[in-house]
Write a protein that binds this ligand. Sequence first.
Ligand SMILES: O=C([O-])CC(=O)C(=O)O
Ligand SMILES: [Mg+2]
Length: 591
Amino acid sequence: MESTMKEMRGGESVLDLSPRATVGGGVEDVYGEDCATEDQLVTPWTYSVASGYSLLRDPHHNKGLAFTEKERDSHYLRGLLPPAVISQQLQEKKSMNNIRKYQVPLQKYMSMMELQERNERLFYKLLIDNVEELLPIVYTPTVGEACQKYGSIFRRPQGLYISLKEKGKVLDVLKNWPERSIQVIVVTDGERILGLGDLGCQGMGIPVGKLALYTALGGVRPSACLPVSIDVGTNNEKLLKDEFYIGLRQRRATGQEYADLLHEFMCAVKQNYGEKVLIQFEDFANHNAFTLLAKYGTSHLVFNDDIQGTASVVLAGIVAAFKLIGGTLADHRFLFLGAGEAGTGIAELIALEMSKQTKIPLEETRKKIWLVDSKGLIVSSRKDSLQHFKKPWAHDHEPVKDLLGAVKAIKPTVLIGSSGVGRTFTKEIIETVASLNEKPLIMALSNPTSQSECTAEEAYTWSQGRAIFASGSPFDPFEYNGKVFVPGQANNAYIFPGFGLGLVISGAIRVHDDMLLAASEALAKQVSDENYDKGLIYPPFSNIRKISANIAANVAAKAYELGVATRLPRPADLMKYAESCMYSPIYRSYR
Ligand SMILES: O=C([O-])CC(=O)C(=O)O
Ligand SMILES: [Mg+2]
């Protein structure tokens, strides 16, 4: 020990060439970091106020070549940067040029993630100014591929990893996160990532992507956002055998062990961040999604994006579509393929809104809505064997074994895919729906693009250009018989950023279904005549910050009305207030 210490401090001692030899081989190494052998401890020294080299390495404050002369003087940056001083605008132009050079979407994704870790404000500037181009990169569909390959492309960790190894220590883990004032957490356990299935710990890409949208689309400060991946194992054999897999190498814990870890997490979050932190559940498997929402809905500020966010965005699209296809909710018949979180969540919100509009009891309005799962049409004779969240949809009807049979029997005016399984709206199914309706509304919601129930091209071609079509993942405009059809993107990204902002600015402590209706109503109102002319039932994403502010204002107003808002007094103009609260990625000047 004595001699090792000597070796560590000086450079004079004889070099130890054993396998324990120094890692860095430093000379005049004051802190002993470079001279330390692999099994010696070193101290990770940093400064409390970032300046100089560490300022350039701090993504929250780094501005790269945009540091001014004055800032370079006062923050010890002289010589650490080349002489040129350029604007954020020029940096943006350069970064976009570079990203556009990549042909492979995953490379664009990696380059965006690198930017986020190098210069956060520039990352958000790019994302906000080029939202339609970059959304498919940081979000669906590319984020899906990124999660599948997360281990291989892993560089710096993002977000907080809570695994079974941290059982009993979750509060300590939360305290390791560098930010204190968290407002929004997006958490997944990775069991149902988009329509791609169980990706275990690598589901982290989803909370990271969703929170990037919270900031870019909804204006929540990046430092107030916390992505969390809960790792209870994975049942994905391919990942368990993948040498680059980053998660626990075990099959999923279930039952009490699972419930205990989640409960510890939920309690620790409240203890650490208080009552008003929003916890968004994302991409949990059906069985846990419904259970967690019901269990924590009365004690925490929780929101399930796949059940509630998707419901709100789809309801908005349907209501907007009535301008094109006519009628009201009560005039239509709805048929779903897929009776999981999205399917039953949407169905319930449609039934609730229909009931409010018509004063017909909810039990009755539900009967206008039919769902098909992997075993066929959900009917009352199946009731005993159905999972609890499917039971309200088991109406009286003879058994029907598949979607085509159900389309023929139910004669829907609106067909919605929420199955997570691609290419299930076949030619025959779309032709049958199109034969029943002058203007069928077809929504293929499953993500990413590979899991979409049909493509835009198929929907337009097989309906001879008569379908009103929207999909969860983006499709390019499609020309058919000389007319250009622009498909809308029915994705919860329209809702959750503004919804969350509304909760944050009102200090809401609980989520209520009426707030989802308020968000939906605000979104539907944003569709302009110009959008309708193109067949769109959603406004373009280029306007999303204004849309989010509108949603936030409507949600906040509802929170005050329901008495769950704690930020008092209520701001008189909630729209103005929402806009004034939104994060801007423009660089700040340092003193
Ligand atoms: O992430 C998305 O694009 C929408 C969503 O929540 C899902 O598909 O699970
Ligand atoms: Mg999701």
